[in-house]
Design a protein around this ligand. Structure first.
Ligand code: DX5
Ligand code: ZN
Length: 212
């Protein structure tokens, strides 16, 4: 069986103590660190840029997983890779040619992901499935942490899993219970923000999301 990976979303961390919060998640058994980049255009919120990625690069050995919720992501992919992102995920809704940007990311030596809003069908991934390292199926509308999981995305996870053997990542409203339904549907990478950072015992919370 595929090992389930957990990627804490530092959007839910205490931003005054980001380094400490990141180390706390590494010690608790996190697999990747998920970084939510928002530009105030693609989504109605502003968060972090490459400087924060660079700062965290020296704090942890874990892969840095950058989720770009921005317009014209092709302009910014190089600076995020240079800042230390090991994985870069862009939104299909922000890109006209998925194959080109997937090859751009891989050409820079990073793993390439494509994210879909809850309303976007998985079929848009068809032209680039062969080259894709990760498909991110959003389980909330991108823009903010702390929202409720949308179970209507589950059939999309199942349908994609039938045709795709790479990582299927879910993001938004993931906790011990909602994670179980996404794992059964075929997801193997769980982004977890609020549930994990609010937990008194992050190690236990990570294990529960993995289904252990
Ligand atoms: C939402 C972000 C998510 C979010 C997850 O646009 O992509 O990564 O921070 O946070 P929770 O787990 O609180 O929904
Ligand atoms: Zn995210």
């Amino acid at each position: 069986m595929t090992r389930v990976l957990v990627a804490p979303s530092i959007l839910a961390a205490d931003f005054g103590r980001l380094a400490e919060e990141t180390r706390r998640m590494e010690q608790a058994g996190a697999d990747w660190i998920h970084l939510d980049v928002m530009d105030g255009h693609f989504v109605p919120n502003l968060t972090i840029g490459p400087q924060v990625v660079q700062a965290l690069r020296s704090v942890t050995k874990l892969p840095l997983d950058a989720h770009l919720m921005i317009e014209n992501p092709e302009k910014y992919v190089p600076v995020f890779v240079q800042a230390g992102a090991d994985r870069v995920t862009v939104h299909a809704e922000a890109v006209s040619d998925l194959g080109t940007i997937v090859r751009q990311i891989r050409g820079l030596g990073a793993k390439a992901g494509v994210a879909l809003r809850p309303q976007t069908g998985w079929e848009v991934l068809k032209p680039c499935l062969e080259e894709l390292d990760l498909a991110l199926l959003m389980t909330v509308n991108p823009g903010f942490g702390g929202q409720s999981f949308m179970p209507e995305v589950l059939p999309k996870i199942e349908a994609l899993r039938k045709v795709y053997g790479g990582h299927i990542q879910v993001d938004g409203g993931i906790n011990d219970k909602t994670a179980a339904s996404t794992r059964s549907a075929g997801a193997d990478v769980m982004v977890v923000g609020t549930f994990l950072f609010r937990s008194a015992d992050p190690q236990k919370a990570i294990a529960s999301v993995r289904g252990e």
